[in-house]
Design a protein around this ligand. Structure first.
Ligand SMILES: Cc1ncc(COP(=O)(O)O)c(C=O)c1O
Length: 388
């Protein structure tokens, strides 16, 4: 790889979250006692019936599947979205990919051309801007500060839309903020979008089941059925069923878009691994109590983390309504990268808010063993100073 000509992918630096996790792992390997609060991945194993379905299937011949997945998975996902969120989709309105991530990427690849803009409410999941750039578009960050509950205001959305806007991303519950939109808030955003028929909506609902808010979960697809032809509703098994490594996600949307996403999937990797698709069917069709049981555990962890971190005058902690991250604001400091380094010296790995477009914050994952989470939060308070 010497003397290579620059390509249009040279700007991609790789995930800052994984970079921090790697540093934590290296320090641990060198014998340091580090609590790792970097990774947003459930620490639970998936329920056993899911593994059993995969083991049974692995003993049989496993061939290729259609690029939009096995019919059983398409059916199970369609039934799940109708059950949880209301909208009913046909079999030609679903695409399946290697995680929600691949579906989002394929959708951008299918639709973006140079000059197209994608509105990215900020703080954002660190992958969105790079995905947009990789597909030839321009990410346009719109600030959603803590005082607005990290939610996109209709006025801010309206102000950000131009003739070149192709997509707006809505991510509720949000990563890294945990912000969840109420029905009224979604309706207000839908009102703005009704007047802008050239804008598509990327509704990333991967955290839909990790929810603590008393509000009923509201997908824009349920709130604004009249916008259905412009919405891609994305979900998958990664977070809800603790199946990140299985790589199964899907998207529901208008047939023309879905057909193009499926064609890209077919020419890219053919399909999501057959075994993983079978496991995902077992997750969707099996007992669902696991979702509420785990939510109870996540909520206890969230509350424990918030209680400990609130003991530091250096932090302003917002209580998230969903997902499994705390995203405290650093009071009187904006050098979040320096603070994350300081905390690593103090024995706890976090991710600086700059990775999510929000300098002056830190992200901690509470998809982490409760004892480790509490220990990590105590170390943060000790390093940054406790209230007198
Ligand atoms: C907001 C958001 N969307 C999508 C994904 C990717 O999900 P998957 O594992 O299904 O690709 C993540 C993973 O961290 C995420 O945080």
């Amino acid at each position: 790889m010497t003397n290579e000509a620059p390509t249009q992918t040279n700007f991609v630096k790789g995930s800052p979250i994984l970079a921090m996790a790697r540093r934590a792992a290296e320090l641990r390997l060198a014998g340091r006692d580090i609590v790792d609060l970097t990774l947003g991945e459930p620490d639970f194993a998936p329920p056993f019936h899911i593994a059993d379905a995969a083991i049974d299937a692995a003993r049989r011949p496993l061939g290729y599947t259609p690029s939009n997945g096995i019919p059983a998975l398409r059916d199970a996902a369609r039934q799940a979205v109708a059950r949880d969120r209301g909208p009913i989709y046909t079999d030609s309105e679903i695409a399946v990919g290697g995680g929600a991530k691949q579906v989002i990427f394929n959708a951008f690849l299918a639709t973006l051309k140079a000059g197209d803009e994608v509105i990215v409410p900020t703080p954002y999941w660190a992958s969105y801007p790079d995905m947009v750039r990789l597909c030839g578009g321009t990410p346009v960050g719109v600030s959603c500060p803590a005082q607005d509950g990290f939610r996109l205001l209709p006025s801010a959305l309206a102000a950000a839309i131009t003739q070149n806007t192709r997509w707006v991303i809505l991510n509720s519950p949000g990563h890294p903020s945990g912000a969840v939109y109420s029905r009224e808030e979604m309706e207000a955003l839908a009102d703005v979008l009704r007047g802008q028929p050239h804008v598509l909506v990327m509704s990333d609902e991967i955290y839909a089941h990790i929810l603590y808010s008393k509000r009923t979960y509201m997908s824009i697809a349920a709130v604004a059925p009249d916008l259905r032809d412009r919405i891609l509703l994305v979900d998958g098994v990664s977070k809800a069923y603790a199946m990140t490594g299985w790589r199964v996600g899907w998207g529901f949307g208008p047939e023309a878009l879905i057909t193009r996403i499926n064609a890209i999937e077919g020419q890219n990797c053919t399909q999501t691994a057959t075994l993983s698709q079978i496991a995902a069917v077992a997750a969707l069709e099996g007992p669902q109590e696991v979702l509420s049981k785990r939510n109870t555990i996540y909520r206890q962890r969230r509350d424990a983390g918030v209680a400990i971190l609130s003991g530091s005058p250096a932090l302003d902690v917002t209580v998230p309504d969903g997902a499994f991250y705390l995203f405290p604001r650093l009071i009187a400091r904006s050098d979040d990268v320096g603070v994350a380094d300081l905390l690593l010296d103090g024995g706890v790995a976090t991710v600086p808010g700059s990775a999510f477009g929000a300098p002056g914050h830190l992200r901690l994952s509470f998809a982490t063993d409760t004892h480790m989470l509490e220990e990590g939060c105590h170390r943060i308070v000790k390093t940054l100073g406790a209230r007198a």
